[in-house]
Design a binder for this molecule. Structure first.
Ligand SMILES: *[C@@H]1O[C@H](CO)[C@@H](O)[C@H](O)[C@H]1NC(C)=O
Ligand SMILES: *[C@@H]1O[C@H](CO)[C@@H](O)[C@H](O)[C@H]1NC(C)=O
Ligand SMILES: *[C@@H]1O[C@H](CO)[C@@H](O)[C@H](O)[C@H]1NC(C)=O
Ligand SMILES: *[C@@H]1O[C@H](CO)[C@@H](O)[C@H](O)[C@H]1NC(C)=O
Ligand SMILES: *[C@@H]1O[C@H](CO)[C@@H](O)[C@H](O)[C@H]1NC(C)=O
Ligand SMILES: *[C@@H]1O[C@H](CO)[C@@H](O)[C@H](O)[C@H]1NC(C)=O
Length: 404
């Protein structure tokens, strides 16, 4: 049964110390609350009024005090007490949970989810308090903690859960890592984009980059990513992340650059209308395809790196010419003819074995591209094209060097 019941309880003093009834005052709560199916405890105590001559034997009941007993179907949700300030990693944390105890002989059992540490339960008056203590770790950050009070009731146990509290743990940067990736413009020499990542609460406020050069450690810049120009050398970098709690250094990131000192660029020739393109691919060029408009200009070019054909530079027509290179063979010269007001009209790719692929018509102005350094080969083509063909072309040369 649930609801509110007003009962007249008999609270009797069976054995007095020989006092007059008028000298006593009974103390009973005006109302008590319990759970349906559970027990109820109604405390009763007496105080003796001033002016005291108690010789007679006494047996007295206070009938006039009504007690309202409220019977609830569901227990009240336990209340969480949480840290006032965000907690710093490595310091102890205490979370409290208090649940009403309706029946003195069967207090509720309080449990924590997740069980992050040790908990101790204490019963005081009509309240059970559980305290969860653990040492704060970054692993706890963001966890949602709640406590549950389970009431033992013969007619069916009842459980209620508190609100959830999301833990915020302040911690110094963790898992700081530095990586590099190539960036544009490739130009002569190499562009390397260094990126530093880290997890921290509060977020990282400063990233600092260092280069280890022999015995020295040089500061080279700040920011989560940093683009730098590299020359022929081996480089060792690391980054450091900082927030208001602390700092962490990444592992070192190493890169060896050898090709760039021997790289060169044959500047683009042609009218240059339309959109820019540049070929992309890893490793050696192993094949080339050229498309032309019969008796007219060059419309498209495609390069193969290793086993993969790159995207078509310009546009494809039905008139296709192609050449596959042998193992160890490289393109060492790109020559041809172009009309300074519109298109490239002829292209010749010559290899290190003296073979050639010739496409197009010998019209207008001649050009001849070749590397500046011995042993260098064609690495990339760039230029511009419009919807009818290739309007300008440049060549990038270098010594192929597989980085590891
Ligand atoms: C327990 O109840 C007594 C009497 O009502 C009170 O004096 C005491 O402060 C209470 N203790 C707590 C921890 O609430
Ligand atoms: C918290 O760390 C201290 C010191 O390392 C240790 O003595 C204590 O037992 C830890 N407390 C908990 C709840 O793990
Ligand atoms: C905690 O609760 C929030 C809000 O519901 C949620 O976004 C977050 O992912 C939860 N955290 C965990 C560790 O489950
Ligand atoms: C009720 O809870 C008590 C412990 O508090 C447990 O021993 C008992 O098995 C539970 N009863 C049911 C029906 O779950
Ligand atoms: C760091 O990385 C480890 C392994 O991936 C992971 O378990 C841990 O949660 C990470 N720490 C932070 C703060 O992201
Ligand atoms: C460097 O890398 C970062 C992360 O991938 C990117 O956001 C940034 O645009 C890159 N910068 C350059 C110059 O490529």
């Amino acid at each position: 049964m649930t609801g509110s019941w007003r009962l007249f309880l008999l609270c009797s003093l069976l054995q007095g110390a020989g006092c007059n009834a008028a000298q006593f005052e009974a103390l009973m709560p005006a109302s008590v609350t319990t759970l349906s199916g559970s027990c109820v405890t109604v405390p009763c105590s007496f105080t003796v009024r001033d002016g005291i001559d108690c010789g007679n034997e006494l047996k007295f009941s206070f009938k006039e005090n009504p007690v309202t007993i409220q019977i609830k179907g569901l227990p009240e949700a336990p209340r969480l007490t949480t840290p006032k300030e965000p907690v710093v990693e490595g310091t102890p944390v205490g979370l409290g949970c208090s649940a009403p105890s309706y029946c003195d002989t069967h207090p509720p059992t309080v449990t924590w989810t997740p069980a992050l540490g040790l908990s101790t339960q204490l019963q005081q008056n009509d309240t059970v308090t559980s305290t969860l203590t653990f040492n704060a770790s970054h692993l706890h950050h963001g966890n949602n903690v709640s406590c549950t009070a389970a009431y033992h009731i013969p007619s069916g146990n009842k459980t209620v859960t508190s609100t959830r509290y999301q833990l915020s743990i302040l911690f110094a940067p963790r898992n700081t890592s530095a990586v590099g990736s190539p960036c544009l413009p490739a130009g002569e020499g190499g562009c390397l984009n260094l990126t530093c990542t880290s997890h921290a609460n509060p977020a990282v406020s400063e990233f600092t980059w260092y280069r280890i050069h022999g015995e020295q450690t040089l500061k080279i810049g700040t920011g989560s990513s940093l683009s730098i120009q590299l020359w022929n050398a081996h480089y060792v970098f690391f980054c450091e992340a900082r927030n208001e709690i602390g700092t962490e250094k990444s592992d070192v990131y190493k890169i060896g650059i050898q090709a760039n000192e021997f790289s060169s660029y044959s500047s683009a020739l042609g009218s240059g209308s339309g959109t820019p393109f540049s070929s992309k691919g890893e490793g050696c060029i192993t094949g080339v395809k050229v498309w032309e408009l019969p008796n007219s200009h060059i419309t498209g070019i495609q390069l193969r790196h290793g086993a993969n054909w790159g995207s078509v530079l310009g546009i494809v027509t039905t008139s296709e010419l192609s050449m596959e290179l042998f193992e160890g063979e490289a393109i060492v010269q790109v020559s041809g003819k172009y009309n300074p007001v519109d298109y490239i009209y002829q292209l010749t790719f010559r290899t290190s074995r003296g073979r050639s692929l010739i496409a197009g018509q010998p019209l207008q102005v001649s050009f001849n591209f070749y590397p500046k350094f011995a042993r260098a080969e064609l690495r990339m083509l760039s230029g511009r094209s419009n919807d009818k063909g290739i309007t300008s072309l440049g060549a990038h040369w270098g010594i192929v060097h597989e980085m590891n």
